[in-house]
Design a binder for this molecule. Structure first.
Ligand code: HEC
Length: 140
């Protein structure tokens, strides 16, 4: 277990370094984006947060290697609401489709507003599970 935590921590640190050139992401999201960010944190961040140890971020980093498109969904400026809706309702590879009983249409609209807002309005990256694990390990 200790080794798993250490590996996750090392991955999180490596990913943090690799993504450090991204626009500064600090503070809370704009008030009108908070609901969408909460939907993202609950349903999407477990696979798409800012860590290479996660399925979505890892796959998309490889998919877009050599382009300007970042692997972290929260850093993307090219997504549109129809594209987000398509993937959320249909899934892709390991990503499951999300039902309306999980992510309602209102939640999806808020999520799309969050992922298409100007970067400076989105606030800090959603906290990572891997970061929390690394912090726990460091506190031992
Ligand atoms: C179980 C893990 C998992 C969850 C949860 C998940 N995704 Fe994904 N998602 C993936 C993977 C893996 C891919 C990449 C598949 C591939 O290789 O093309 C992906 C791809 C995507 C893409 C396509 C991006 C592109 O440029 O190809 C979008 C958009 C997306 N996810 C949005 C979301 C949103 C929004 C949520 C939350 C509602 C979410 N995902 C939740 C794993 C996940």
């Amino acid at each position: 277990m200790r080794l798993a935590f250490a590996v996750a921590g090392a991955l999180a640190l490596a990913a943090g370094g690799a993504f450090a050139q991204q626009a500064t992401r600090t503070g809370p999201a704009a008030p009108e984006l908070e609901h969408g960010k909460a939907v993202y944190a609950h349903w999407c961040a477990p696979c798409h947060a800012n860590s290479m140890g996660l399925a979505g971020t890892n796959s998309l980093t490889i998919k877009y290697e050599g382009t300007d498109i970042p692997g972290v969904l929260e850093d993307r400026t090219d997504l549109t609401a129809p594209v987000i809706t398509y993937f959320v309702r249909n899934g892709v590879a390991w990503m499951p489709p999300f039902r309306r009983t999980e992510v309602s249409d209102a939640d999806l609209a808020a999520l799309s507003a969050y992922l298409t807002a100007p970067l400076e309005d989105r606030g800090a990256h959603t906290p990572l599970l891997a970061d929390e694990m690394a912090e726990m390990e460091a506190a031992r």
